[in-house]
Each structure stands twice: as C-alpha cells, then as structure tokens.
Design a protein around this ligand. Structure first.
Ligand SMILES: [Mg+2]
Length: 246
C-alpha cells in the first residue's frame, strides 16, 4: 500500500545539471590562460567539496567555489574583469529558464490521481523556491519540502510530520545518493529515473541498488505509473506475510 509519493526536482522534473555543465564549460574557457597542466574540473570539485559543509548546495555556493578555484589556479593573477565574468555566469544560472523534462507534468498528474504527491528537493532555499515558481508545477503538489541535505534524517522527519510509515512512502528521483539510498535505508521504496548527466558528488555504485527489493529503475517518467503499480502489488504481498516471494 502506498500513502505518499514524493518527487525530486533537479534533473527529475526539470533540467539542472546541464546548466551547471554549460557554466563549467564557460568557466573552463575563462580559465584557459591559467590552467596549464592542472585538471580544472577536479580542482573545482575539490573546492566545492571543501566548501559544502559551510556553503551548502546551490548556484551561489558553486559561484563562490568557481571564484576560489580561479584565484588558486591563477596564483592570484585572475583579474577583476574575469571574476566579474564568473559572477555573471552564476547569475545567468539563477536566471536561466526552468525547462521541464519530457513528461514531467503528465507523470505528476497521473500519480496524483491515485496518491498524495509532494516535492522534496535540496539546496538553496531562495533558488529552489524560485525554480519551483518558474516551473509552473507548484500547484500540483500537496506539499513542498526544501531541505539542506537529503539524508535519512531529513526523510524521517518529513514522514513523521506527515504520519506516513516509511514502507508506504515512494521517492522518485535521479540521484542514487540523495533520492535512493537514504529512502531505501529507511525502509521506503525508491524509483530511480537516471538523468544523462550526474554530478560526481551524487554518484553511487548502482550495483548497490539494483538487487534491492524496494528499488525500481525506469528510463523515463513515462514509465512511472507502471512502476508504482508494481511497487503497490509488491508492498501488498510483503504485508500479506504468508508467502513472501521477494
Ligand atoms: Mg535531482
């Protein structure tokens, strides 16, 4: 039995990583005179990881990390003009139109005919609220949670506030790290919809997931209702108790 279905936002309902990737190319062009042998992508990622604990996720943190990486890699030679270009690239990300993934609206509508539907997304509160508003999807959700980190604790809090037992909750998302592992660990169900691009930080070994009985992987949101039917049938079985087939 399913009592609540939650969608992730970034790269599940709307494009996100593609915008980061575009900006990273712009950053690479800007840094070209300074990088020499350094691996720019690796250095930027290291800066982001170092800053994560203090800055959290999101475009503003990413922009600060680009500036910091630029200063380090150029040994302080990066110009004010170039730093302004990095800031402009960050601003461009914040103003970038929100582009929905194919079938996003339809998937939410079809699921919400049968189950309460909410959005659980992580990152910068202001940016995520703005993206949700620009997505035009806000009205479709019964509830929205924007959290600093999508870990077991965050999911547990959301479920307990809503009085939903973990084994009656389904999380739908693109990230193994944020959407799948913590919800499986809680005893909930997870539907994985991979996006073509995945930030290194969100990567998990999929072999850890595929064997899990409460894990489903689909290629696109068009397959979601079928996956939920399958989950619902399996969760009914597992509560029947007499003949678990898992
Ligand atoms: Mg995501």
């Amino acid at each position: 039995m399913i009592e609540l279905v939650a969608f992730d936002g970034d790269d599940t309902l709307w494009h996100n990583e593609s915008i980061f990737s575009m900006t990273q190319s712009r950053f690479a062009d800007l840094m070209e005179p300074y990088v020499e042998d350094a691996d720019l992508e690796e250095r930027l990622f290291a800066t982001e990881m170092r800053n994560l604990r203090l800055f959290g996720y999101g475009v503003k943190s990413f922009t600060l990390s680009m500036i910091e990486t630029a200063i380090e890699l150029s040994h302080g030679r990066v110009s004010a003009h170039e730093i302004q270009a990095i800031i402009d690239a960050g601003r461009g990300m914040l103003e970038h139109p929100v582009e929905l993934l194919a079938g996003a609206e339809d998937a939410i509508d079809r699921v919400s005919e049968r189950y309460p539907v909410m959005l659980i997304t992580k990152g910068d509160l202001f940016d995520q609220e703005s993206k949700l508003a620009r997505s035009g999807l806000g009205e479709r959700f019964e509830a929205v949670e924007i959290v600093a980190e999508k870990d077991e604790m965050a999911y547990r809090r959301i479920l307990s506030q809503r009085g939903v037992p973990a084994d009656r909750f389904v999380m739908v998302g693109n990230s193994g790290r944020s959407d799948i592992l913590p919800t499986l660990a809680l005893g909930a169900w997870a539907v994985h919809v991979p996006y073509p691009l995945l930030w290194t930080h969100e990567h998990v070994d999929e072999n850890r997931l595929v064997a899990h009985e409460r894990y489903r992987r689909i290629e696109s949101l068009a397959d979601l209702t079928e996956a939920l039917d399958d989950l619902a049938a399996n969760s009914a079985n597992s509560h029947g108790g007499a003949d678990p087939t898992g």
